[in-house]
Write a protein that binds this ligand. Structure first.
Ligand code: ATP
Ligand code: MG
Length: 459
């Protein structure tokens, strides 16, 4: 990008006299001085620390100019400065200005789970026919979304943005900021239910992503979710649904999973089978959401086939890695919710194995008052004929331990407290041999990544 300070000052509502610097231009923005590129605009935000104190570091990294939300007397003398009332609002206003200037089609994605995966799939597919910019990593909040906008190359035709939320009003704001042409809701789950109380309220908050939709905007959503069907029924918007049932506009048939990939066909392109390089049927839903967007933009199905088969994921969370004893570890240690745990268990249990299959399941956090019943309900996805031993970690998992003891008394189950990971690790090291398979899945707060690291290191 390239913007002159006069333009920036106008966009952010400068309150100082910047005339002497009006033709200075910047080629990028950064709020972290260490990430500033030469020629960049420094935007000192105030969070746990006050960004203004890092101005010298920004200058050392080659900053061409800075925003400044403090007394001008504290700004570096002689350095191009645009004074603003609030630097976060200025960042957002600048993003809005730049978005209007570049004017790409905007696809916004939210949902309790699957946002990043779906974002990556949509971007890969659209990139077969358009110049695309997508959210970097997981930059999905009030700072991340404007940063994504400002990361666009001038030739960007499609902007694909992930939008996260953990309170009402957040998506209303983000949606109005970027005015999407297509708004995608992947699913309504239980993430943040501790805060929201009910799935109904989560669904209400997710629907805010439609608030900024452009005039003939389209909402793409999971049509199997009654909470979304109810809320879209009377909306005067163009709608596209996806899901597993034949009442949705785009659904999958013939889903087949191997240990590393999943393939399926769709009702829209029955002669074009799709393959995604990941497991978990929930990823088929994510792919259907992406294909719905592909269809809106008339992407040729053969391009979508290729893009999905080679999708470049920001972070592939469920992945197979080798353990030190030669065992195969299916690692998904950063995120756990009831839907995902059940689906990963199902996929894992179907993977052919020579030795034995073990599962390590850690607490699913942030589920609020329903936590224990949701943990116990994981039993519905456990097939005692497919698993040799189940290891449970964390206090909520006691509920699952009790359910398994009642329903599958012959299945060996061992429970560990959350602070007993070393004991769990040495038990596993003593147990695992080559040809075995082990699943590790739990919320990030349970830190199964420590168990993973220990299993990968030889003792
Ligand atoms: P975050 O809130 O951390 O940004 P996200 O919504 O971006 O998460 P992803 O990073 O795409 O989600 O996926 C994280 C995990 O969520 C996956 O590893 C999987 O366990 C689960 N998951 C992904 N898609 C779905 C889905 N459609 N339904 C249920 N669970 C899903
Ligand atoms: Mg994400």
């Amino acid at each position: 990008m390239k913007m002159q300070l006069a333009e920036i000052a106008h966009a952010v509502g400068a309150i100082n006299d910047f005339e002497q610097w009006r033709s200075v231009s910047v080629t990028s923005v950064a709020f972290d001085s260490r990430h500033l590129q030469p020629g960049g605009l420094f935007i000192p935000l105030t969070g746990e620390q006050d960004g203004h104190q890092f101005i010298q570091s920004a200058i050392d990294h080659g900053a061409a100019a800075t925003l400044w939300a403090r007394d001008l007397a504290t700004a570096p003398a002689g350095f191009p400065v645009i004074q603003v009332a609030d630097s976060l609002k200025a960042l957002q206003a600048l993003a809005q200005y730049y978005l209007t200037k570049i004017n790409p089609r905007v696809v916004a994605i939210t949902g309790s789970n699957g946002k990043t995966t779906t974002k990556d799939m949509i971007a890969s597919i659209l990139a077969t026919q358009f110049n695309v910019t997508k959210t970097h990593a997981n930059f999905n909040n009030e700072i991340g979304v404007p940063m994504t906008v400002l990361s666009m190359e001038p030739n960007t035709e499609m902007l694909v943005v992930e939008m996260g939320m953990d309170r009402p009003g957040q998506l209303d704001f983000l949606s109005n900021l970027v005015a999407p042409d297509v708004a995608v809701i992947t699913m309504i789950g239980e993430a943040h239910i501790e805060f929201f109380g009910t799935r109904d309220k989560i669904a209400d908050a997710k629907m805010e992503i439609t608030h900024g939709l452009s005039e003939d905007g389209i909402i793409v959503y999971n049509g199997d979710e009654p909470l979304l069907r109810d809320r879209t029924a009377d909306l005067n918007l163009r709608k596209r649904t996806f899901g597993q049932s034949e009442t949705t506009d785009l659904f999958a048939t013939d889903i087949e999973a191997t240990s590393t990939a999943t393939s399926f066909t769709t009702n829209l392109w029955p002669d074009k089978p799709f393959t995604i390089p990941m497991i978990g049927t929930y990823n088929v839903n994510n792919a259907l959401a992406a294909l719905s967007v592909a269809n809106v933009y008339r992407i040729r199905p053969e391009n979508a086939q290729k893009a999905l088969a080679t999708v470049n994921l920001t972070e592939n969370r469920a992945e197979w890695v080798k353990g030190a004893a030669g065992e195969d570890i299916l690692s998904d240690v950063y995120n756990a919710n009831p839907t995902a745990v059940k689906q990963v268990l199902a996929a894992f249990s179907q993977t052919p194995v020579v030795g034995k299959r073990y599962a390590v399941l850690g607490d699913m956090l942030e589920l609020g008052v329903q936590a224990d019943s949701m943990h116990a309900d994981i039993a519905t996805a456990i097939d005692p004929d497919k698993l040799s031993h189940v290891y449970l970690v964390g206090s909520h998992m006691v509920a699952l331990q009790q359910r398994l003891a009642q329903e599958m008394p012959d299945l060996p189950v061992t429970h560990f407290a959350a602070d007993a990971l070393p004991a769990l690790t040495s038990t596993l090291q003593d147990t695992l041999t080559a040809n075995d398979q082990i699943l590790l899945k739990g919320s990030h707060g349970i830190h199964l990544e420590q168990v993973l690291a220990a299993l990968q290191d030889s003792k």
